[in-house]
Write a protein that binds this ligand. Sequence first.
Ligand SMILES: [Zn+2]
Ligand SMILES: [Zn+2]
Length: 297
Amino acid sequence: MRCPVCGFEDGGRYCSNCGALLTSGAEAAPVAGSWLERCPVCRTKPLEETVSRGFLGLTSRQVYTCPGCEATFTPEGGETFRLSKAADQSNPIWKTYGNQTLTGDEWRRIAYGGASDARQRALDIEYALGEIQKGFVPELQVESNAVLLKRGERAVAVIPRVTLKEPRSVRRTYGGGAGPSIRIAKGVYFRTSGFTSRSESHEEVREIDSGTLTLTNRRMVFTGAKRTVNVPLGKIVGMEPYKDAIAINRDGKQRTEYYTGIDNAHLTIGVGGRTHVVPLSGVVFMCMVQGLLNREE
Ligand SMILES: [Zn+2]
Ligand SMILES: [Zn+2]
């Protein structure tokens, strides 16, 4: 059956992509009531308040346990509870949420087939990225235009304050100076360096320019103070994503171009009535480029 929330095709009772209940809302979580009314692990019995005895019975602590599956929830303050024990360690709820501290509201949602806030956000982002890759690419800050668009071309994202970096080969010379002297024998000293100098080449990523990175349905254009870089999407032969940057390898150019600071821009994604604001990371940018290429085919 098709998930009503994210559209994922799944056979079970709960969508394995977003955690939503697949049996047409027959078991929607009650609007009110305590999360203790249904054990989030076995989803059958209510939880009971018990006192757990500590070492030699010297300390006692109030916990919530399930008489059915023996799951234990420990209060962690501020209306949050940690799933601290489960008899069956192979239980999927334990595997996903074991030792996690969540609010009563989150546990109640989990008890009725939902997910925690963090997991729901991760699932929603994963789902949205899949959609973007398929070609449903959202538009981002396109009202400000830095490039002249050609006929049939539309801006997809305009990202300000991006720094272009490129690797440069740097030659360094070591040695040549006088190092400390080591006494080898009486009256004979040996200088540790100063006899030879060696030279070695290595790559260093240097800032080239800063400006605006525009992604259109056809190309990516960097407009800086000193340089303009125009890359048709079809000429991109490799991309490497970073948390705040995307590295591009393109046809006919040996040097990798790094565009850093793309996470200055944020994307708002909406899945199943929930919205999340996500920084434009290298992974998101890569999915957008892939989506645009898939769409143009
Ligand atoms: Zn789903
Ligand atoms: Zn239980």
